[in-house]
Ligand binder design. Structure first.
Ligand code: NAD
Length: 321
């Protein structure tokens, strides 16, 4: 079995490889070549932890495995990140364990890759202003990945906790783009593309704030009860997602579904756009919204890419089990 440590992952896998892996697996999902198994997530009654696993099989890429981990709220005090995960890959021909890969850094990379895949395929090609809603751990990854898919000229940002905004200001500076902290209303009026990446339980981004032609990548809502944008904004947009079953149950679309404003059939898997089976954005004026709920196959795809890179670069540790 090959072991690729968390630290090695940060050295060997780049945003371009993560982008390609995620784009390909979304396409495979839409073709029916790859599928996610039901997600398990449990409060384990210890250390206030939420533990679970996401698993799946990509028959096209021959990637079988799971990501296991969750949320340990006391970790920060121990000098660890609260979100912890590890990916296990298996040989689909024999069931033998193939690799164990650190999943923390890869989770951030694959989540950012998902929103940037949506920007490539759904945003207007003349988009110039990127709006960031959220300034937590994921936000810097999102910002870097998005600016590699579109020639943005400036970044505007808002966060519920304004003291966290320097994270995106500093990242924008490193990328070489001007950044301005603005109100949500100003953000909606200026941004051509908006990424939401918060753990909010209530809508921050309202329909009236958003101008025609905007693309929204809603990435923070991955659990029942979370919400970043208003249900009427979701209903006004042309909707895309990684996986429809998750979008309507744990994703941003859950609220518009519950309110009866949209139906499951209104939501298109983004893989269909990547495959050319759906034409994506229909006009320069329509609002497009990608509901990025986060699927196990994204983790497996990026972990498989990390194993390949680790072997190529001589960074993989091999053990007999
Ligand atoms: P973080 O804890 O580092 O940051 C949290 C962010 O949410 C900050 O911007 C914070 O200001 C904001 N926030 C907190 N409470 C809020 C409130 N009441 N109203 C509005 N904003 C609030 O988290 P992170 O690692 O950056 O992750 C952000 C979100 O993305 C989380 O909800 C996480 O579960 C989700 N996530 C989704 C995926 C996916 O695949 N879709 C993957 C990873 C993380």
């Amino acid at each position: 079995m090959i072991i690729v440590s968390e630290e090695t992952c940060t050295k060997i896998i780049d945003r371009a490889s993560a982008f390609t892996a995620v784009e390909q697996v979304f396409a495979a999902m839409a073709r029916g070549d790859a599928y996610n198994f039901p997600v398990i997530r449990e409060a384990i009654g210890h250390a206030e932890a939420l533990y679970g696993f996401k698993s799946g099989f990509d028959r096209a890429g021959l990637v079988l495995g799971l990501k296991s981990g969750g949320y340990w709220p006391g970790n920060m005090a121990k000098g660890l990140t609260n979100h912890q995960s590890t990916v296990f890959l298996f040989d689909p021909d024999t069931g033998r364990p193939k690799a164990m890969v650190g999943g923390n850094y890869l989770t951030a990379l694959r989540t950012a890759a998902a929103s940037s895949v949506s920007i490539k395929h759904l945003a207007r090609k003349d988009s110039k202003v990127l709006g960031m809603v959220g300034a937590g751990h994921q936000s810097a990854f999102q910002l870097r990945a998005a600016t590699e898919q579109m020639d943005f000229e400036r970044i505007v940002g808002w966060n519920y906790h304004p003291e966290m905004l320097p994270r995106i200001a500093d990242t924008a500076k490193e990328i070489g783009l001007p950044f301005e902290a603005v109100s949500l209303e100003e953000l909606g009026a200026q941004a051509d593309v908006i990424i939401t990446i918060t753990s909010s339980q209530n809508a921050s981004v309202l329909k009236d704030y958003i101008k025609p032609g905007t693309h929204l990548a809603c990435m923070g809502t991955d659990t029942k009860g979370k919400q970043e944008v208003s249900a009427d904004l979701v209903a006004a947009a042309r909707l895309f997602t990684d996986e429809v079953a998750q979008s309507i149950s744990i994703g941003e679309c859950q609220h518009a579904i519950a309110a009866g404003l949209i139906q499951e059939s209104d939501i298109t898997p983004i893989g269909a756009v990547i495959n050319g089976d759906h034409s994506g954005r229909q006009s320069e004026d329509e609002i497009t919204l990608f509901d990025g709920t986060g699927v196990g196959l994204q983790d497996l795809a990026v972990a498989a890419a990390a194993v390949t890179r680790a072997l190529e670069m001589g960074h993989a540790v091999e053990v007999d089990i």
